[in-house]
Design a binder for this molecule. Sequence first.
Ligand code: BEZ
Ligand code: FE
Length: 294
Amino acid sequence: MSTDHGTAADRERALTDEVVAGFGRAAAPRLREVLQSLVRHLHAFTREVRLTEREWETAIEFLTRAGHITDDRRQEFILLSDVLGLSMLTVAVNQPRTPGATEATVLGPFYTDDAPEIPLGGDLARGAKGTPCFVSGQVRSLDGGPVDGALLHVWGADEDGFYDVQYSAGRSAGRGRLRTAPDGSYRFWTVLPTPYPIPHDGPVGDLLTAAGRGPMRPAHLHFKATAPGHRTLVTHLFVAGDPHLADDAVFGVRDSLVVEAERHAAGPAPDGTHPHRPWTSMTFDLVLVPGTDT
Ligand code: BEZ
Ligand code: FE
């Protein structure tokens, strides 16, 4: 119930209390907790910045544009969450750093669960443009033991900065899944990642421009590792020396995930192949935390 008594500040607070109480009727305790907290913070924000009615309209127009540009292949709301740091904060809250284990980072919008299975040592580029890159490492458990048969999903952009799904529905390149050997080792060929902009031709791009921020992500390769008895790890390997390591548009960089890319002239590679053009290599071990996903 609104009240005409007290100061303007009292009336503002009374409105917040009324809305919080309204959501207090939600039967599910967690839903109640989340909605009441959301209202408190949203109202506090509105009072703090003294939000104007024109600004409120601008926000509604922004969200409406985000809705119109979103479809099965373009998710502007996740991009918004990413550039606000909300995606990365949610990762940090749910997967706090475990000393000795590989750090997690954002999944991003370009994961698909139907990546082709490739044999150990195979080429997951499958036509993606770029400098060949041999990636190898070991998957271990936190106690140091190798993880046999861990499933690795790997996906990356080509040298023009695009994922297969950004070209056309059904195209598959630059992604694959493979299993570790009994000693936990893995190896595959792909293309060397290069920095690329997140999709910025929509409202989120306009927001970045207005804020004087750029859309670039530093060069990276995505990994999703699953193994029985271990928590799923979603992470990236970042390429050392990238100019955007310090201004990732989605705040996903962790220093422990940055690795050197070694450059090699055309010639023999560690797996017995002989690339006819210059190639690169990177080594990246993954350490999984025992347990189950919550
Ligand atoms: C990505 O790394 O694929 C990504 C992450 C967040 C937004 C856009 C792209
Ligand atoms: Fe990416």
